[in-house]
Design a protein around this ligand. Structure first.
Ligand SMILES: NC(=O)c1ccc[n+]([C@@H]2O[C@H](COP(=O)([O-])OP(=O)(O)OC[C@H]3O[C@@H](n4cnc5c(N)ncnc54)[C@H](OP(=O)(O)O)[C@@H]3O)[C@@H](O)[C@H]2O)c1
Length: 340
């Protein structure tokens, strides 16, 4: 069957990578790219997410699935997908925006597949958690993230940190939300893949909400460390001294605007259930954009190949957990290691 897939934000770092991986693995699909400038071919569509009058072309081109890879604060694309019964996969939402969008979708009459894939690295963490134990048995999940400032990073990702660094968020203890702030509350963690002992600090990703509110795991925390110990310490000191609160958005964007030539990204999931502690370590040698894009492609392939009914999903719910892990592990630049 003919499949038309539109990647809005498809000229960006992650969108371009989704397009490359999707086309190479699925030569039969037709991929359209949406962006503000349009482009030279009939596959380049001029779409501005802030201007819903530019969306008519989505219906004209008979798009079956929209992959959203640019921030859409007003959820214009989500509304359009629901109204026009188009499948929708969204990798972009920070936690508070995800909660808002999920509410919109839950309360709408949904006649397509609406998939929220905004968790860390394209929404794969809860699926990997479920390879370690049944979520019903898990008491605690801790996610540790290693982020290199030498990795490639798109402008939108930097803006995301600049906008949210001074905003308090919650993690979960004994099933209760506890208010915290980014880059505080250090915890020592011994990272795999030669990284070694690091101090890791509070970090807000939608997995906090998804693991507690959807998977019903009572204790959930996320901590991150940068490749540079000095930068990790400096960002924490800025938060402690409340410097982010007095800097303008433009100044905060300058702090987080770094993008290098590429580096690895690593995350580790530590799960405690009634009987044991288990750890899953994942390394993407080609960095965060490649891994996020691969995850989006795996979710897309699930939607294309398997009969998922029309409803609202978090992306891990599309997959059988061990199959998701096997598909990630089969990718040449990804390594996964599980220990008890
Ligand atoms: N879930 C995850 O794990 C994860 C990981 C990484 C990134 N992300 C998210 O993925 C998104 C893309 O990140 P990125 O690093 O690829 O960012 P990026 O390089 O800045 O790409 C965004 C692209 O969107 C287009 N764009 C900007 N404003 C637009 C508008 N109003 N309407 C339509 N298109 C617009 C731009 O192209 P034009 O100039 O052609 O318009 C730009 O190339 C961000 O929301 C980021 O937070 C999620």
């Amino acid at each position: 069957m003919e499949q038309n897939i539109l990647i809005i934000g498809g000229n960006g770092l992650v969108g371009k990578t989704i397009s490359r991986i999707l086309k190479s693995r699925n030569p039969h699909v037709t991929v359209f790219i949406g962006g503000r400038k349009g482009g030279k071919t009939d596959k380049d569509l001029k779409i501005d997410v802030t201007d819903p009058s530019s969306f008519k072309i989505i219906s004209d081109k008979k798009i079956h699935l929209i992959i959203l890879s640019v921030n859409d604060k007003e959820d214009h694309v989500l509304h359009y997908a629901i109204t026009h019964q188009i499948d929708y996969l969204d990798i972009t939402k920070p936690t508070h925006a995800l909660v808002k969008a999920y509410d919109i979708a839950k309360n709408a009459e949904v006649k397509s597949r609406i998939v929220f894939s905004s968790g860390w690295m394209g929404g794969i963490v809860p699926g990997l958690v479920n390879t370690l134990s049944d979520s019903g048995d898990i008491n605690e999940v801790k996610l540790f993230v290693y982020y290199s400032v030498k990795d490639l990073a798109g402008e939108s990702s930097a803006h995301f940190m600049a906008e949210n660094v001074a905003v308090p968020f919650v993690h979960y203890k004994s099933d209760k939300p506890v208010a915290i702030r980014h880059f505080l509350d250090t915890e020592a963690f011994n990272f795999s893949y030669g990284i070694g002992n690091r101090s890791a600090y509070n970090f807000d990703v939608p997995d906090l909400y998804i693991l507690n509110r959807v998977e019903r795991i009572s204790d959930v925390s996320v901590k991150m460390t940068y490749n540079s110990k000095f930068i990790t310490w400096l960002l924490g000191s800025f938060q402690y001294l409340r410097i982010y609160n007095i800097l303008s958005l433009k100044e905060r964007k300058m702090i987080f605007a770094s993008s290098g030539n590429g580096d690895q990204t690593v995350f580790e999931i530590v799960v405690n259930d009634q009987s044991a502690q288990k750890k899953l370590s994942l390394q993407s040698l080609k960095g965060q954009a490649e891994l996020t894009a691969l995850s989006a492609v795996l979710h897309t392939e699930e939607l294309l190949r398997n009969p998922h009914e029309n409803k609202v999903y978090f992306s891990h719910q599309l997959h059988e957990p061990l199959s998701l892990m096997a598909q990630l592990n089969a990718y040449d630049s990804i390594n996964i290691n599980v220990t008890s």
